[in-house]
Design a protein around this ligand. Structure first.
Ligand code: ADP
Length: 476
């Protein structure tokens, strides 16, 4: 058995986004989105704290002025600096306004700023706090207020009043809303960007695997003794993948060479007795020895022996991987080989030959002849009308040989399998057409070694076309 006995994987063109790329991208995009949302949330909290601190220090500053403008006189609170309360921010209602209420601990309001006449009622309450100032949020209708409190005491009478100063948080709300709005608008762009970034990085991460796959595919398709030489550290995943695959190839190569050796020996051993039997049979038949009633049997034995010799010969070529086909530097005239030699052996068959003159190719003519004969015999064997067409035409620097029949045809799913050793088509088995499943594997091996291509297409209305493409030799 030769080295490429196993069905070789056809190189598959992978889509840009494979299932694993997609799955990994979804993970990465989701993780990036979570990080993005957490980042935004923390940022909003920070902005909130910053704004509150800014408003609080503004409120504190204002309250200090207010405290300075109020004094206790004979147990009652008197405005010492009325101008403090006549400033626009305490008279008008705007986003910069200050709403002031000075009240007793029982809730009785002693004084309030003018702008509160045109504003909502801001509840006053008795609040316990240790520090000099206390700040909190108050939700008044739609606008939230930031409110600062302090206490003002009369040291002589021990009476205490609360100063409550509020200002709208409109600016702060606006900024927060803007950030939320921006995030909502940007979300599709961000998801798209994350998708691009994750695709880029995942493709990059998977690149070494694809490289290793390509090298491994090349090894099994061309030469099992080649090895993956991808540069990676033995301790990392890609290095381990390379080493594991190379180990596998070592074992495969060993097994294959054992099988090849056995096949070679067995075929060789069989060839000698078979040739001897054939020679003896020829001698007996030529001598006219057997009586007429035995002659028929002798002819059958001779035919079967020739079949066996053909099979063993094929096995020998396959076992030796047709090395001679690859290394041959002989040039032969393909046109003469077909028109004169091959046509002669098919004289009693219906084969229409249309071959251009003087096409020269490089290789072993005997092996090439076996290829053409195998395909012609198949064409005859697998068609009812027994008609086969053979044409050879050059185009550029190659020749295209087509052998077509109108027979049972080969379904698409079998078009590759028929080149495997010992594979027999389902239909031919069903129809009881005899064969060994070796002819096409030999043909494929020889043509591949000659640096050519052999493939099958459907004929119309039915049947098959075997197409061989080979480089030609220019003899001018
Ligand atoms: P064999 O003909 O001895 O079985 P081959 O290797 O020559 O072996 O062919 C393998 C299989 O391919 C056959 O069993 C048959 O099913 C299919 N095949 C080959 N040539 C043809 C053809 N011209 N038409 C239909 N089927 C074919």
């Amino acid at each position: 058995m030769a080295k490429d006995t196993f069905s070789l994987p056809n190189k598959i063109k992978l889509p840009l986004i494979t299932k694993s790329v997609k799955q990994n991208s979804i993970w990465v995009i989701s993780s990036l989105m979570i990080v993005f949302l957490i980042f935004n949330f923390v940022m909003m909290l920070q902005i909130n704290v910053y704004f509150k601190d800014t408003i609080d220090s503004k409120l504190q500053h204002e309250i200090e002025h207010i405290k300075f403008a109020l004094i206790f006189q004979n147990d009652s609170l008197v405005i010492d600096h009325p101008r403090e309360f006549q400033e626009t921010d305490m008279v008008e209602v705007s986003e910069n306004s200050f709403f002031l209420q000075v009240y007793k601990s029982n809730g009785e309001i002693l004084f309030s700023s003018k702008n509160l006449e045109n504003y909502e009622i801001i509840p006053v309450e008795h609040i316990e706090f240790e520090d000099e100032y206390y700040f909190k949020d108050l939700n008044i209708k739609y606008t939230g207020l930031r409110t600062g409190y302090t206490k003002l005491s009369d040291s002589s009478s021990n009476s205490t009043v609360f100063i409550q100063l509020s200002t709208p948080k409109i600016k702060m709300n606006e900024v927060v809303e803007k950030i939320i709005g921006l995030n909502i608008y940007l979300l599709p762009v961000i998801v798209f960007l994350f998708a691009l970034i994750s695709l880029f990085f995942i493709k990059r991460t998977l690149n070494p695997i694809n490289k290793i796959i390509n090298i491994a595919e090349d090894i099994s398709a061309t030469n099992i003794s080649k090895r993956i030489n991808y540069d990676a550290d033995s301790n990392d995943e890609f290095g381990r993948l390379r080493d594991t695959l190379n180990d596998l190839f070592d074992r495969l190569e060993f097994q294959i060479s054992q099988i090849s050796q056995f096949s070679d020996n067995a075929s060789h051993q069989l060839m000698t007795p078979l040739t001897a039997i054939n020679t003896e049979l020829e001698y007996i038949l030529n001598k006219g020895e057997p009586k007429e009633e035995c002659r028929e049997s002798f002819n059958v034995i001779k035919f079967q022996t020739e079949q066996m010799i053909h099979i063993v010969k094929t096995l020998l070529i396959l076992a030796r991987d047709c090395e001679v086909c690859a290394s041959s530097n002989k040039v032969f005239n393909l046109s003469s080989l077909i028109k004169e030699d091959i046509s002669q052996s098919f004289l009693d068959k219906n084969i229409a030959v249309d071959v251009e003159k003087n096409i020269y190719i490089l290789g072993e003519a005997d092996y090439f002849r076996m290829v053409i004969e195998n395909i012609l015999n198949n064409g005859l064997k697998y068609s009812n009308d027994g008609k086969v067409k053979l044409s050879a035409k050059t185009s550029g620097n190659k020749v295209k040989i087509e052998i077509s029949d109108n027979g049972i045809g080969i379904p698409d799913e079998e078009k590759n399998k028929v080149f495997e050793r010992f594979y027999r088509g389902q239909q031919s088995e069903k129809d009881g057409i005899r064969g060994y499943g070796l002819g096409l594997s030999l043909a494929k091996l020889v043509i591949t070694k000659m640096k050519g291509y052999l493939y099958i297409e459907d004929n119309t209305p039915h049947g098959s076309i075997f197409i061989i493409e080979l480089p030609i030799v220019n003899m001018e």
